[in-house]
Design a protein around this ligand. Sequence first.
Ligand SMILES: Nc1ncnc2c1ncn2[C@@H]1O[C@H](COP(=O)(O)OP(=O)(O)O)[C@@H](O)[C@H]1O
Ligand SMILES: [Mg+2]
Length: 254
Amino acid sequence: MAYALEIKDIHKTFNKGTINEKVALDGVNLQLNEGDFVTIIGGNGAGKSTTLNAVAGVWPVDSGSIIIGGNDVTGLPEHKRAKFLGRVFQDPMTGTAATMSIDENMALAARRGKKRTLKWGVTKAEREYFKEKLRELDLGLEDRLTSKVGLLSGGQRQAVTLLMASLQKPELLLLDEHTAALDPKTAAKVLELSDKIIEENHLTAMMVTHNMKDAIAHGNRLIMYRAKKRRIFTYRTCLPSLRKPVGENSQTTE
Ligand SMILES: Nc1ncnc2c1ncn2[C@@H]1O[C@H](COP(=O)(O)OP(=O)(O)O)[C@@H](O)[C@H]1O
Ligand SMILES: [Mg+2]
């Protein structure tokens, strides 16, 4: 069976040939099986976001290839890869449209890849479905379907973004420090939700974090990026003995 994600020897240098030249990725290789949930940790500027951006096709890589679920997407622009991916970024503002309501945001996510219009509004059936999904977040958002997303807290927005990213069961969920801008309690809650959504939907996921504890406690694999030695990967399967429950409600799954 094809890997959920295969990264083959990708290289990326920004501003090549200028004084600002920066080698960001220097031969990165990675294979993820379906259902793998890998956490990525490493110093600032080590190339973590660049790796996720390379997978998402934010710009072309210089060499190497990226294969998602058996599809070679290396030559595809970002919008053509979007159907394979769910993404949540650090900034809670980026994943949702502030001036639109929760149900409108969710409807757009649910219709991704289909006819992407809200001309006929959100249907009753959709609304019921969204309500059910929001109830599972346990943040009281199921009663605020028509509230503008801009009125939500950062944590609530990240939770809604996560939900939206999973509505269409992407081949791969990319989380780039998606709790870094939240206070510790909210961050823990959003991480717990991330675990739940990944597990319940059997998603394959990559999560960048700068928190070593979180990197160890979540997922089934951990990758460490070393900034100085750019030739990146030391990765290993998490040692079960290192994994501890995070928060009161979560459990370790071995
Ligand atoms: N769009 C860009 N333009 C120029 N340089 C970039 C760009 N994106 C990342 N870089 C550089 O590439 C290196 C890796 O960055 P990044 O992947 O964002 O690191 P991090 O591990 O902190 O997420 C850094 O030196 C960064 O400055
Ligand atoms: Mg980054």
